[in-house]
Design a protein around this ligand. Structure first.
Ligand code: PHE
Ligand code: FE
Length: 296
């Protein structure tokens, strides 16, 4: 699930045959998945497992092991929920696609994680514009098994409910934090930079790009800097932010954001590709392949 309020379009052809409740929640129609659907899962699962070895954070890989998703067929949410609930109190629920922001925040605040039930078509293996089952389940769900990260997600949900009441600017600041951590975060381990963001974890191209390309900036985590930074929804990120640990993430985000939102309202946003004085720069991007406009 992504907090990015993009419109839902280009949906899987099977969409529409599953009853959607008023809230966007569905029962996972497991028996209706086609052989192609299971094959898409298996192909992506095998490919990403290969790519993520030595690239995903140790926490992600450990959480993935602990969760134990089936590599060869689409997992049943009900089976994953038995593991997840017992270990963490989190519950997965099937959804049709992106939810209204406040609904999304409310689910997270109550340790419910919405997972898109349908999977991309075979011709969308490498790229899809919106979150599907592979992104949500393979990308987001494993780290819910990590106690620190699971608490961060819940705290984010509570923070979202609050920001929503404060206003659109606060919400935008918070969405940028989600984007640059939950979706596109990197983490520094003893042996180098690794991936933990779901948007990267679920993409072969961006896994390689985020860690190994000279094009993007890699900059140390800085809460207010991130909250001011625009981002890309149609291409790889121009900048990735690097945390030292999930504890750092929790510590930096535990304080009340209300005064921070007020302060940021007086400041300009930062273009996605800028490097600023005071940034802790791990890599200054060459900017190769960057579009001049299109930051959101
Ligand atoms: N501390 C934040 C607030 O007061 C809540 C939050 C926690 C937001 C973690 C994001 C991530 O709004
Ligand atoms: Fe997402």
């Amino acid at each position: 699930m992504s907090a990015n309020p993009r419109r839902v379009e280009n949906l899987h052809t099977d969409k529409g045959k599953v009853p959607v409740y008023a809230t966007g929640i569905v029962e996972q129609p497991w028996d209706d998945y086609s052989d192609d659907d299971h094959a898409t899962w298996a192909t992506l699962y095998a490919r990403q497992s290969e790519v993520l070895r030595g690239r995903a954070s140790d926490e992600f890989l450990a959480a993935q092991d602990a969760m134990g998703m089936t590599p060869d067929r689409i997992p049943r949410f009900a089976e994953l929920n038995e593991v997840l609930r017992a270990a963490t109190g989190w519950t997965l629920m099937g959804v049709e696609g992106l939810l209204p922001e406040l609904d999304f925040f409310d689910h997270l605040a109550n340790r419910r994680f919405p997972v898109t039930w349908w999977i991309r078509r075979p011709d969308q293996i490498d790229y899809i514009e919106e979150p599907d089952l592979f992104h949500d389940l393979f990308g987001h769900v494993p780290l819910l098994m990590n106690p620190v990260f699971g608490d961060y997600m819940q705290a984010y949900g509570r923070g979202g409910v609050k920001a929503h009441a404060i206003g659109a600017d606060a919400l935008q600041n918070l969405t940028r934090l989600y984007w640059y951590t939950v979706e596109f975060g990197l983490i520094r381990q003893k042996d180098g930079l690794r991936i933990y963001g779901s948007g990267i974890v679920s993409s072969k191209g961006e896994s390689l790009h985020s860690l190994e390309s000279d094009a993007p900036n890699r900059i140390g985590f800085d809460l207010e800097r991130i909250m001011r930074t625009r981002y890309r929804i149609d291409s790889y990120q121009k900048t990735y932010f690097v945390i030292d640990s999930f504890e750092q993430l929790i510590d930096a985000t535990t304080p009340d954001f209300t005064p921070i939102y007020a302060r940021l309202a007086q400041q300009d946003s930062i273009p996605a590709g800028d490097v600023r004085d005071g940034d802790r720069v791990f890599n200054r991007g060459t900017g190769e392949g960057w579009a001049d406009d299109g930051d959101v």
